[in-house]
Design a protein around this ligand. Structure first.
Ligand code: SF4
Length: 501
């Protein structure tokens, strides 16, 4: 998924950079010292690294962050995420404690430091990328904070010089009842509290783990990590805003801009990209004339495209692209796909179809177009993430994700038209939508629509819990739906054994 085919610049040109580009860096390049395993990334790196290190370190960190985002999409708990991430972190971004007898400490910490700043540049450009980057970096920081030795963690927190005000003994006595109610402290026990603006610890406030008074939250020492994490996010968000403002100056650097562009485009969860090698659905007749029948297994985004196409005998550009790639992903070959589009656009002549639409379908399949498109077999089907975040539909367009891009009324109507009228499901979808958990709404509907088959599959141990993880790709939705609705047939086929899940 991640390729290193960036434009390179003649190394000699590095010597003749415009003087204006030098003004943002400390002219005395020096190696940073890393006293602590953890880092708040306050100081940008200033030592020289090669362009290869620049790319590779960033790609390694990106792998980690993308996997973390996938964990959160799947609603994994903190403990499950930690267990899942352990081998990946050891492979791509190891970070030993000071007590480890490793000679790699400085190199590990340097890589961690530099890769963070490189990705900060790559992901500062849009608000959506900044938000996602801040979220996954915070997840990574939290994992490492939880994982480290207490002594080293406390030393790191001390080194931050955070301006938290310790609560005096008199105040502790005065509010003893309130403090012990939120922290579980009993008479005779001792603890230390810190007073901070309540906005700095929103998760503690939400979980009612702190006493609030005059805009201040009284945080017990055991909750210090939450405060540190909130502070980490706050500073990172601020730093990302500043980086975004400085980005136009970086545009002049044609060594880095292509690399950074490429990195940000590759910020997709690994399993959100759909591999055609796993796309075949055993027993399915994937032909142009069977698409109507197959559409019962489509997720709402594709059902809406299909219905719009049948209603109007037409779809606009992004709708055609989203739907063509999805059909390609379910296994419809190019020839059948051309038949499908030609017959669906029945109000136009052959000549118009050939002139205006045929090429785009072939292009999506990699049958025509640039070399890299042809080599790669065309474009990949869009993941939910891509559909949710790119090219929101405008008037008259049917692409996008209905859970995100429809009003609640229109979404409810569409769901009812597709047979989802259960009030508790619709209420759950509303709440998911309100909380911007669009893929959770989609999974909720999937579970409702397939509830009998899912129960059967679980009872008969046909599917493991891993195979039932949250769907994050429309093609995965189709695949699971088709296999579940054809459980009997699949069971007969011992070779298949639902291995595609
Ligand atoms: Fe389609 Fe994904 Fe939206 Fe579901 S969540 S409707 S699969 S884009």
């Amino acid at each position: 998924m991640l390729r290193a085919d960036f434009n390179r610049v003649d190394p000699k040109r590095r010597q003749v950079l415009d003087h204006r580009k030098r003004q943002f860096a400390d002219p005395t390049y020096k190696q940073a010292e890393y006293a602590h395993r953890l880092n708040f990334y306050e100081t940008p790196p200033t030592a020289d690294i090669t362009l290869e290190q620049f790319e590779q370190w960033a790609i390694d960190r990106l792998r980690v962050l993308a996997e973390l985002e996938a964990c959160s999409f799947r609603n994994k708990t903190q403990a499950e995420t930690a267990a899942h991430m352990k081998p990946l972190l050891e492979k791509y971004l190891p970070l030993d404690s000071n007590t480890a007898a490793s000679t790699q400490l400085p190199a590990q910490r340097q890589k961690d430091h530099y890769s963070h700043f490189i990705l900060r540049l790559a992901f500062a450009s849009t608000e959506d990328l900044r938000r996602r980057f801040s979220r996954v970096e915070t997840m990574l920081f939290r994992l490492r904070l939880d994982d480290g030795l207490t002594r080293e963690r406390n030393a790191f927190i001390q080194s931050l010089n955070l301006d938290w005000e310790a609560v005096t003994k008199e105040e502790q006595d005065k509010y003893f009842a309130e403090l012990s109610a939120t922290s579980g402290l009993r008479k005779g026990e001792e603890d230390t509290w810190y007073k901070v603006d309540w906005e700095r610890v929103p998760d503690l406030v939400e979980a009612r783990k702190v006493f609030l008074k005059a805009g201040k939250a009284y945080v017990p020492s055991k909750e210090l990590p939450s405060m540190v994490i909130a502070e980490f996010t706050k500073r990172l968000d601020r730093a990302l805003e500043l980086t975004a403002r400085a980005l136009p100056r970086l545009d002049e650097d044609d060594r880095l801009t292509p690399i950074l562009d490429h990195l940000s485009k590759n910020f997709v969860t690994p399993d959100a990209s759909y591999s055609s090698s796993t796309s075949s659905v055993p027993g399915a007749e994937i032909t142009a004339r069977n698409v109507d029948n197959l559409s019962q297994h489509f997720p709402l985004c594709m059902q809406h495209l299909h219905r719009s196409l049948r209603r109007d005998a037409h779809l606009k550009h992004f709708g055609r692209l989203q739907y063509t790639l999805f059909l390609k992903g379910i296994g419809l070959n190019l020839e059948e796909c051309l038949i499908f589009w030609r017959s669906s656009f029945h109000k136009i002549t052959d000549d118009t179809f050939n002139k205006e639409y045929r090429y785009n379908v072939r292009h999506a399949y990699g049958d025509v177009g640039g070399d890299s498109n042809r080599r790669g077999g065309g474009y990949s089907p869009f993941s939910c993430q891509k559909i949710l975040t790119e090219h929101p539909p405008g008037p008259g367009e049917a692409h996008g994700c209905p859970y995100r891009h429809f009003s609640l009324e229109n979404l409810t109507t569409l769901l009812q038209q597709t047979g989802v009228s259960d009030r508790s499901v619709l209420q759950g979808v509303k709440e998911d939508k309100d909380n911007q958990k669009f893929h959770m709404a989609c999974n909720r509907v999937f579970e409702y629509v397939h509830k009998n088959e899912l129960r059967k599959a679980k009872d008969e141990s046909i599917m493991s819990s891993q195979q039932l993880e949250t769907i994050v790709h429309p093609n995965e939705y189709f695949r699971r739906s088709f296999l579940l609705k054809n459980l009997g047939k699949v069971k007969e086929d011992q070779d298949v054994k639902m291995e595609g899940f």
